[in-house]
Design a protein around this ligand. Sequence first.
Ligand code: PLP
Length: 451
Amino acid sequence: MPPLSNLAVRDIETVLHPYTNLDTHRTIGPIVFERGEGVFLYDSNGKEYIEGLAGLWCTSLGYGNEELVEAAAEQMRRLPFSHMFAGKSHDPGIALAEKLKEIAPCEISKVFFVSSGSEANDTQVKLAWYFNNALGRPNKKKIISRLRGYHGVTVASASLTGLPYNHIDFDLPISNILHTDCPHPYRGMEAGETEEDFATRMADSLDALIQKEGPDTVAAFIAEPVMGAGGVIIPPKTYYEKVKAVLDKYDVLFIDDEVICGFGRLGTMFGAQTMGMQPDTVSVAKALSSAYQPIGAVMVPERMYQAMIDESKKLGTFGHGYTYSGHPVAAAVAVKTLEIYEREDIVGKVNAISPTFQSRLKALGEHPLVGEARGLGMIGALELVADKDTRRAFDPKAGVGAKVTAFAEAEGLIVRALGGDIIALCPPLVISEDEIGELFDRLGRALDKAE
Ligand code: PLP
C-alpha cells in the first residue's frame, strides 16, 4: 500500500467518520476529494473518478453547476439567514413551498421544511402521532416500515430503517415502530409464484401485521417507491395498489419517502408516479437541491393540516421546528434546482438515457460474480453471489463487495457496496451516453479483477 498522504494522516487523527469501518479506516485512510466537474470527482492527487452514486444518491445535476453557486451567493449576500418560527417567512421559502405544492405526487396543502431526509422522516413520525392525538385517537400510534427500508439515522428515522446495523447496539428500534416484509423479488419470490402472487402475499402479510397489532393502534406505513440503501429493491408490479387497499381498509396514513426517488430518478418527477403509489404525505431531500445545500421537506395533506390547526386552537404553538427549517440559502438553491429540472426537462433526459444505462447494467448480469442486475430509470444494482444457480450469498467475511468497490476506485469509479455485496449505481442525471459507457467499462474491469 502506498504511504498515507499528510491529509490522510490528519483525517485519521481527527475525523470520526459516518458509515465507515472505523477499525480498517485507521490503516486504509480516506480518499480526499478536492473538486468536482460534471460527473467527475478529483482527489488530492489529481486522480479522476466517475461519481457512480451521485455522492449519496443526491448530486443529480453533477458538480460545478454555476447557476446553483450563483443562487446561493446571491441569497447569502441579500439575506443569509432568516427563520420561519413564530410565523416569520421569506421569499425563497414561500417560492419553494409553492413549487413543491404544484409538482407534488398527491394533493398537498402545506410544506414543512427540514435539512435532511432523516429530519423529514422524524417529522413524519411526530406528525402522525400529533394528527391522531388531535383526532382523539391516542392509541393509533404505531408506524410500520419494511425490513431493508432506509429512512435515516436519527432516533425515530433509524427505527424506521429496517437494517440490522442501524439498530444493533444503538438500542433501537424505539417502541411503536414495526417492520413488515421486504418485497424483494430476487430473494423473496417462491418457486412457482408470479409477480402478482408475490405482491398479494406481501400485502397480505402487511394486513396480517395490522390485524395482529390491532388496526386502532396503527397510524402510518412508510415506504420508498424503490428501496435504495437496502439494496435497490424494486417491488413487484401491483404491490403498491394492493398495499394501498390494505391501508385504506384500516385508515392508516401512507407516507411516501421520496428522498432518493424524487425529482426524476425513476423517469417521472416522483417515484410514486412510476410505481403507482397513492400516498397521503411525502418526504423529500437530497436531489431537492441537487445536494448543493442541505434541505428537505415534508408535504402535508389538508386533513392533517386541519387537525393541526385544531391543536393550535387548543395548545397554542405547534411545537416542532428546526433553526434551519426553510434556511433561505438552501431554499433559494432548491428553487433554482427545480427551475433547472423543468427548463432542462430532466425527466425527459432520464427517459432518453436510461435505456443505455439499463442495458449496460443488465449486460453485467452475465458476469460470473453477479446473481442479479436490476434497475429502473437511472438507479441500479448488481447483487453479487457465490453461486448464480442457487443464489447463495458470499460469506460476509470474504468482503467481495468491498473488493469490487476498491478495484472500482482504482479504475476511477465511485460505487458503494450495500449490505456487503450489492453494488449500487445512481449516477448524476446529467451523465452523457459516453460517460455511461465509461462508467460500465470501469465497473466491468473492477468485477473481473475481483473474480
Ligand atoms: N430516506 C431515504 C430513502 C434515504 O435514502 C435517506 C438517505 O440515504 C434518508 C431518508 C435519510 O436522509 P439523510 O441522510 O439526508 O438524513
